[in-house]
Write a protein that binds this ligand. Sequence first.
Ligand code: TXD
Length: 316
Amino acid sequence: MAIKERLKIACIGAGNVGAAVAQYCAEMELGNVVLFDVVEGMPQGKALDLTEAGPTRGYSSRVVGTNDYKDIVGADICVITAGLPRKPGMTRLDLLEKNGRIMTDICEKIRDYAPDATVIVVTNPLDVMVYLAQKVLGFKPRRVIGMAGILDSSRMRAFVAMELGVSLRNVHTMVLGSHGDAMVPLPEYTTVSGIPITKLMPEAMIDTIVQRTRQGGGEIVKLLKTGSAFYAPGASAARMVEAIARDEKCVLPCAAHLTGQYGLQDIYMGVPCILGRKGVENVLELTISEENRASLHASAGEVREGIGGLKQVGLL
Ligand code: TXD
């Protein structure tokens, strides 16, 4: 049997989320990992640390740290987590411009050094950044995908499981829309081993869980005080890498480019996608209530505002 070459996974940004993505990818043996950051020494240090964990954890993926884009040459999958957090005094537009400039620079490098890669964007504001990334990369939209829905639905799954005292693995759900307060969690598509949650918990409890899901990121920020969540975000991005690397055709909520689905055109938003080796191989259009459709369109309005902001600062 021919030995298949390992995939090359490049994590651009080796901060909290980037390092978690690298760790999960190595643990799942999805390929060899290159950890890139502009901070000197840091990606090299984290990569060496992850390599030294390999013998004990039992993985053989190679993890290399770098400050040089030459090391991402030939990458099959790039995960972008690079960005700045919002600092006191910074407006939303300031952050949009700063992260927009970082995203533009990174995508120009990926376009030159890894033109065949499938790109997963994690940096916030997610739906706007992935839209910008696709424009700069010029890759087919199905190869440029945003990570948010897996994280948001994973949070909702955890809340349902904790409430019912059942296994985290038994709960499945779907969250649509943009990443943030305007996301659209769908209780009607939430099940526990196939049983609709509407049969297992009262409506008021479902409403509380939906609200907690919408504020899931903020809940962690409040607890941590410095920085934001990284284990679940890292695991969610690694899940996308896995679905693509293993050509799984898994149905997962991702920010995908829409061309009329759900009545939305030329925008990136969270929708159920079939993920495989070619990236987003299809978008599933669910039947949703009028109310949820209106929420989805309101959520799209916020994304369009962000895209407008990028145009205002000349990045689009
Ligand atoms: O669901 C989601 N999409 C998200 C998004 C869930 C969690 C975090 N989310 C966003 O991911 C978050 O709002 C940030 O925009 C990114 C990364 O979050 P993280 O917590 O990893 O931030 P860090 O630890 O500050 O790491 C950012 C790294 C840091 O090491 C910088 O040195 C680096 O980005 N950075 C760069 N790397 C490469 N190239 C450039 N230009 C660059 N600029 C900064």
